[in-house]
Design a protein around this ligand. Structure first.
Ligand SMILES: Cc1ncc(COP(=O)(O)O)c(C=O)c1O
Length: 312
């Protein structure tokens, strides 16, 4: 947990130092451990990128086969790591929703266990540790708000569960639970749209496009649970345009020395927006999740910045 140099009440929860460079390691470390415990030999996953790397790494360590389906335009690092870990990788001309369909269709005939988001119980259990940690690192107190870059929403659901458990254990000082802020890209914002419309569930987002690849989930499976949590917590869901995400990425790199992932920069941009609108005060204690290392995105971030190495 890093305190912002410019916003004394804001903390970045830096997830880039996890094995495989993103928070996806938390869920998949546990899910693969349990899959091995139950004797599964072949795991399959649709992934926006980072879950693929995490599954591939833990599967390799456990001696289990990993079958990965991901969009063909994922950040290059996600493809390279999955191949290097020995996973069977299929690059799909489509979105994570198309990948999910392929896994579901083939799992039975291929003998794969489908380890998709929220279709088995342990990824959410692994991700909930983010909730324990942020409370522990704030001296066993809740912050006022938590900004979570939201695709499938597993971390948001997991943290809410962690808060309930901390209360039951008596490990958190009595106080109001944080407002949960679901941050999406304006290029794929099904949860933000459903939240604005007061809907109970989201609708499939057509032509989803954003350089924050982890947020490109056009119809999250756990949308109804997320929307309930956002409302219960007094939070909100926002869609941030990619140009604002890039501005915030550059701003935090230059002024704070942090090279955020595009998903993390969506959270910092959302924080700026909610300070401007008065939804939050500068004195409100907030946790902003940088869900992955900026270094996993050098190709997509360079493209967004218009950067290229000179070729001789
Ligand atoms: C870096 C990053 N941030 C955020 C997300 C969204 O996570 P979730 O699906 O748990 O909402 C992803 C998913 O791939 C990701 O890789």
């Amino acid at each position: 947990m890093l305190r912002s140099a410019r916003h004394p009440a804001a903390y970045i929860k830096e997830e880039g130092a996890n094995p495989t460079g993103s928070f996806k390691a938390r869920g998949l470390a546990l899910a693969v451990t349990m899959a091995r415990h139950y004797g599964f030999r072949k795991l399959a996953v649709p992934s926006a990128g980072n879950a693929a790397g995490a599954l591939a790494a833990y599967a390799a360590a456990a001696g289990i086969e990993a079958h990965i389906f991901m969009p063909k335009d994922v950040p290059f690092a996600n493809y390279v790591e999955a191949v290097a870990y020995g996973a069977r990788v299929t690059l799909v001309d489509g979105l994570i929703s198309d990948c999910g369909r392929m896994v579901a269709e083939r799992s039975k005939s291929e003998g794969w266990f489908d380890i998709s988001t929220l279709k088995e119980p342990f990824r959410v259990e692994g991700k909930k540790t983010m909730g324990y940690e942020l409370v522990e690192q704030l001296g066993w107190e809740y912050p006022d708000a938590v900004f979570y870059p939201t695709g499938g929403g597993v971390g948001l659901i997991g943290m809410w569960k962690a808060f309930a458990e901390l209360e039951e254990l008596g490990w958190v000082r009595p106080g109001k639970r944080p407002r949960m802020i679901a941050v999406q890209s304006a290029g794929c914002a099904p949860v933000a749209k459903a939240f604005e419309q007061g809907a109970k569930a989201s609708e499939m987002w057509e032509n989803a496009a954003t350089f924050a690849s982890g947020l490109r989930v056009p119809k999250p499976y756990g949308d109804a649970i997320m929307l309930e949590i956002l409302r219960e917590s007094g939070g909100v869901a926002l869609g941030i345009p990619d140009d604002k995400i890039l501005d915030s990425l550059r701003d935090w790199a230059k002024n704070e020395g942090l090279f955020l992932s595009p998903e993390g920069a969506a959270a910092t941009a959302a924080y700026d927006r909610l300070l401007e609108s008065g939804f939050l005060k500068p004195s409100d204690r907030v946790v902003l999740f940088n869900t992955g290392s900026g270094l996993k995105y050098t190709d997509v971030t360079a493209e967004a910045m218009g950067l290229q190495l000179p070729r001789s």
